[in-house]
Design a binder for this molecule. Structure first.
Ligand code: DQA
Length: 148
């Protein structure tokens, strides 16, 4: 039982990339924090970043058979362009939350549309790195086998 965190293009540059939009936290720091949060709940978490659409599609396919029970995904620019990522997530039918560091709805019009949102369990945007932690909190509550 595990959670998969997927990061799309240019997110490897977090920390130095447009810090006024995305902040100064690095991707490694985000992943480290998520791993610790998942570990505290006894859940394994793996993360994967790619600047290539096909590599992200392949990783989603692999999630079908590697024990992934929930996906957190920041598709970055592919949010607004990728039918392929949408189809991959629909194909594996693993529940996912879409995360964005920035509030995409306060930005350029082309960022207002997502090819993924209507398939997502939920969408978190505009809360910076904290958004990932909140999305993971939700994922962990859904994975918790104890009755609530
Ligand atoms: C982003 C928002 C996208 O519009 C943009 O292309 C990104 C990052 C975010 O986390 O705010 O690369 O997904």
């Amino acid at each position: 039982m595990s959670v998969l965190v997927l990061h799309g293009p240019n997110l490897n540059l977090l920390g130095t990339r447009e810090p006024e939009v995305y902040g100064r936290t690095t991707l490694a720091e985000i992943d480290e924090q998520l791993k610790a949060q998942a570990a505290a709940a006894g859940v394994a978490l793996s993360s994967f970043q790619s600047n290539h659409e096909g590599a992200l599609v392949d990783r989603i396919h692999a999630a079908r058979i590697d024990g992934t029970r929930f996906i957190l995904i920041n598709p970055a620019a592919y949010t607004h362009t990728s039918v392929a990522l949408r189809d991959a997530l629909a194909a594996v039918a693993i529940p996912f939350v879409e995360v964005h560091l920035s509030n995409v709805h306060r930005r350029e019009a082309f960022r207002h549309h997502s090819y993924l949102s209507d398939l997502a369990v939920g969408v978190v945007c505009g809360l910076g790195p904290q958004g990932y932690g909140l999305a993971l909190q939700h994922a962990l509550s859904r994975l918790d086998p104890s009755p609530s």
